[in-house]
Unconditional design. Sequence first.
Length: 360
Amino acid sequence: MRIFATTSRYIQGAGALNDLGQHCSVLGKHAFVITDADIARLLGKRITDSFRDAALDIRLEVFPGEITRAAIDALAHQAQAYGADMIVGVGGGKALDTAKGVALALERPMISVPTIASNDGPASAAIAVYDEHHIMQEILHLPRNPQLVLVDTQVIADAPVRFLRAGIGDAISKKFEAHACHAAGATTLLGTPPSLTGLMAAEACYQAIRTHAVAAIKAVEEKRVDAHLEALVEATVLLSTVSFENAGLSLAHALARGFSYLGRARGTLHGDHVAYGLLVQLIMEKRELAFVHELCDFYRQTGLPTRLADFGLHSPTEAEVQELARMSMVSPSALRFAPPVDADQLEAAIHQVERLTTNI
């Protein structure tokens, strides 16, 4: 059996936010919009005007800042009382996942409007739920991907460049994770083997990143949109999602889970964790060191981390390395690798990455 999952419609381009209401008009008449305080201040009027221009009702709510079960339940109650027939998330990953949680609770269409391109969550059906200390508690899933994903690339260009770098880190691993899942005979989050479509999307994602990332970062540093940025955003938001949902995740994302338990790494971004995790995965795969060196050169060109020191873990203790390895094994993604790995092997691979990248 094969299951292919993706968003029903993907819209991307500079100024696309102005037409959000028009694109949502086929999904309902009463939009419940969830965003954060900064986005409400910066983009709230544009969002509201776009819905009113399309003759749609809108209620905009600011979520509390962390995606927890309690936050989802409270907003779902408000949305139901309002009479929402669609849920719109606008912002970063927390705002979007909160909106997804509300859409799941109320069984309403979900519209995803990312304002940063720091990971591939906007187009995904997955919902990461945390506790108040930002420790992941569970992964929920919409019955289908968001019905609409709308990305205004000028908004992406206006955001801090560190978020785009993180998006590159989250997406560049997908080719290698997809092939690891395929080689291990593992299944995707959909419960089926990696599909040809997923594997092809993973390859296209990687090639787009290697071709466009350096120039796209320069464009964002200058707050402008060009063809390089358009290509990179499509890779990090859309292709990356098609890759992982239809081909799977492996060790690189397992390491990302482990990072969330390291106190000194708190505040660093998921995509940066994945980028480092990919280096660990490549060591576990016994890749040629010349290739790992070349990839590290690309990491340095784009500002991605190559050492634990890049996460604030200067002179990491043996206990911290052990904790990173041990907690990475909590992730189901750690099982999608052949031959099977354990925490001791991951710990040894982390030490090897540290030696390799420190001496370059």
